[in-house]
Design a protein around this ligand. Structure first.
Ligand code: 6PG
Length: 244
């Protein structure tokens, strides 16, 4: 059985996720002097980021020791409505004392392939390593088609074994995306999936209980090598799993 926590409603889901992230930030800074986190995009995490910015959580975190990255980005300018960076800025970054140099955004406005390469170089510099960096926490969502980050069904990025960050054109989104790859994500100490809503219940069952077919259900690729994966879901998304 997956490491899944089911919340009865949106409020407890948001509170639970923000509390988990803040707790991990405090523990990571105490253990290693810093907290490295990658944020997911989409709509589900926005209220969680906003809750994390609230004083009862934000005051627990030494933001000077936080380095914030992104799990994926849409290839649009940072002020575009579709930008994951913009969503995170409005919900969290504008409200906490995170040093600007500690915010590592994917440059969605640039050539996608060059933006992916530049992000890999930023990771090497920031983690001071040429080995696969181990994030303290990588946040992910899951689409109702089973995609996560910008790892979409049937796309080339799913077969990536070397690169940490790639760019690809995603036909279903009719857009270019830059995304962390499975090898990078699976090197993390903690991976947190945030999944909400009845529309994801069937897919969640297939991802967690169904046969292993990552080319169809890319979220199945996420199996940390030595870290932990946490599934935070609401009751609506967990309905199918809890009915079997
Ligand atoms: C993105 C995300 C993507 C997202 C899922 C779920 O850039 O869109 O990183 O992987 O997490 O599409 O999105 P929702 O939370 O909006 O359902």
């Amino acid at each position: 059985m997956a490491n899944m926590t089911v919340y009865p409603d949106n409020r407890s889901f948001v509170d639970g996720a923000a509390d988990f992230i803040a707790g991990l930030a405090v523990a990571s800074v105490a253990a290693r002097g810093c907290f490295t986190i990658a944020l997911s995009g989409g709509s589900t995490p926005r209220p969680v980021y906003a809750r994390l910015a609230a004083v009862d959580h934000a005051d627990r975190i030494d933001w000077r020791q936080v380095h914030l990255f992104f799990s994926d980005e849409r290839c649009v300018p940072p002020d575009d409505a579709a930008s994951n960076y913009r969503m995170a800025r409005e919900a969290l970054l504008d409200h906490v004392p995170l040093p600007p140099d500690n915010v590592h955004r994917m440059r969605g406005e640039e050539d996608p392939a060059l933006a992916a390469l530049a992000y890999e170089q930023d990771l090497q510099r920031s983690f001071r390593t040429s080995a696969v960096p181990a994030f303290d926490l990588i946040c992910l969502g899951m689409g109702d088609d089973g995609h996560t980050a910008s790892l979409f069904p049937g796309t080339a990025a799913l077969r990536e074994r070397e690169r940490w960050v790639v760019a690809q054109y995603v036909a279903v989104a009719r857009a270019w995306r830059v995304t962390l790859t499975a090898p990078l994500i699976n090197a993390a100490r903690h991976v947190l999936f945030l999944v909400e809503g009845a529309g994801k219940s069937e897919t969640l069952w297939h991802v967690l209980e169904g046969s292993y077919q990552p080319d169809v259900l890319p979220s199945q690729l996420i199996q940390p090598v030595s870290g932990q994966v946490h599934w935070f879901v609401d009751a609506a998304a967990a309905a199918r799993i809890q009915s079997t």
